[in-house]
Write a new protein. Structure first.
Length: 119
């Protein structure tokens, strides 16, 4: 068996008021996930919960993201989150709550039999 990259999902999320990087990150991951319906696990005969998902979040102030809250969004499989510097912070001229924009990339891996991988 070999863990094989199957899908790349990309999304964007914001927190318009509140400057909450976790909220923006969760919305970015939900955006990425809702644009897809992954039937690949069913097609090749493996359980959907066997998927491994590598999530990368780009957001200003990465230390402010609660990774376990981001992971709780996944409907299937197990995941890991890496939060890096990225996204945007757009200041508001009269308030101290900038708009935060986060980007998410979710890479889905399946453990495939060697005969499937080498074909």
């Amino acid at each position: 068996m070999a863990w094989t990259r199957m899908v790349l999902e990309i999304g964007m999320g914001t927190d318009i008021r509140g400057a909450d990087p976790t909220k923006a990150a969760i919305r970015a991951l939900k955006d990425a996930l809702r644009h897809n319906s992954l039937g690949v696990a069913d097609v090749i005969g493996v359980p959907v919960d066997s998927m491994r998902i590598k999530i990368t979040i780009g957001v200003p102030k990465p230390d402010g993201v609660n990774a376990s809250q981001v992971l709780s969004v996944l409907p299937h499989g197990t995941g890991e989150v890496e939060v890096i510097e990225g996204g945007l912070e757009i200041p508001h001229p009269s308030r101290d709550d900038p708009t935060i924009i986060a980007h998410a990339a979710a890479v889905v891996y399946l453990d495939l039999p060697e005969r499937v991988v080498s074909s």
